[in-house]
Design a protein around this ligand. Structure first.
Ligand code: F6P
Length: 326
């Protein structure tokens, strides 16, 4: 097993609040253990184009509270090609990097797994995505902050929904997962959540209308997970117009607001613990694993499992939304 002396760190895919806290933790823990750290700009794109900078402890000063990522991020097209990955490997070696920490979502970790397999590079991943859709971890870095952003937005929408006695469809992100919508609904006291995981089981919109809203309520807020196939919140509002014209529906798409902002304490702590765990993992000779959190413990999740899309959504939480909105 080759000894790791210099770590390259990159953030990739959609940014997530807490990525900076993770960069800081990786950097400082590595340095504490006598390792060198290099920052790779713009995710895999920077690995291919050789945008690699030497990090010192002060490179990560004053960033724990900042949203976004100081390393910037991208969804690299070049890295998807064999030729791009070969150039990336050559640049990495030329910079003296012998292991990588990759912070990102499922696309980024899938890329990491391919790269590790092709070039025998030790890589440890950190789950950095607001979507919370990686398997083997209870939470991902950025998820809690995004949930809080959704909750604040719905609190505000509630005022106008109540005043005008309207039905609001609030579209939240999630890629193909419904965690933000479902748990955002619980946190904000929304009347329902419509999520892709349950799409084939029932017509969630007609179920919702058929079950009827509480008599004393003349307004309702429904959290809708983005969904290309159904058109998300816009698609539902169009159906309302056609099929249930008695409702005065409005749509709010929260969009990229959900990706920004200062990370919550929960995300900062999670990112700090995971960043430190990534260095420990590399020093122990672990490779091709994502750091996860299960029942408050740090765990190693093989990349293949992390991106397997086998994480199940909590059915009881769906029931809870219904019960609590009665
Ligand atoms: O994966 C994070 C995420 O924010 C998803 O929730 C969303 O579908 C996607 O990224 C949006 O990507 P982009 O910023 O490239 O439009």
């Amino acid at each position: 097993m080759a000894i790791v002396k210099c770590i390259g760190i990159l953030t990739s895919g959609g940014d997530a609040p807490g990525m900076n806290a993770a960069i800081r933790a990786v950097t400082r823990t590595a340095m504490y253990n006598g390792l060198k750290v290099k920052g790779i700009m713009r995710g895999y794109h920077g690995l291919v184009s050789g945008e690699i900078i030497d990090f010192t402890s002060s490179s990560v000063s004053n960033i724990i509270q900042k949203g976004g990522t100081i390393l910037k991020t991208a969804r690299s097209v070049e890295f998807r090609t064999e030729e791009g990955r070969k150039t990336a490997y050559e640049n990495m070696k030329a910079a003296g990097i012998d292991a990588l920490v990759v912070i990102g979502g499922d696309g980024s970790l899938t890329g990491a797994a391919t790269f590790a397999r092709e070039f025998d590079v030790p890589i440890v991943g950190l789950p950095g995505t607001i979507d919370n859709d990686l398997s083997g971890t209870d939470s991902t870095i950025g998820y809690d902050t995004a949930l809080n952003t959704i909750m604040d937005a719905v609190d505000k929408l509630r005022d106008t929904a109540t005043s005008h006695e309207r039905l609001f469809f609030v579209e939240v992100m999630g890629n193909t997962a419904g965690y933000l919508a479902l748990n955002g609904a619980i946190a904000s006291g929304a009347e329902a959540a419509i999520i892709p995981e349950w799409e084939t089981e029932a017509d969630q919109l007609s179920e919702l209308i058929d079950q009827g809203f509480r008599k004393s309520k003349s307004s309702a807020i429904v959290l809708v997970a983005e969904n290309k196939a159904t058109g998300g919140a816009m698609g539902l509002a169009e159906r309302i117009k056609r099929e249930y014209p008695q409702y005065d529906a409005r749509v709010t798409i929260l969009g990229h607001i959900q990706r920004g902002g200062s990370p919550t304490a929960t995300d900062r702590i999670l990112a700090s613990r995971m960043g430190a765990a990534a260095i420990k993992a590399l020093m122990e000779g672990q490779r091709n694993v994502m750091i996860g959190i299960r029942d408050r413990e740090m765990v190693y999740v093989p990349f293949a499992k992390a991106v397997s899309r086998t994480k199940s959504i909590d059915r009881e939480n769906g029931e809870l939304v219904k019960i609590l909105s009665m």
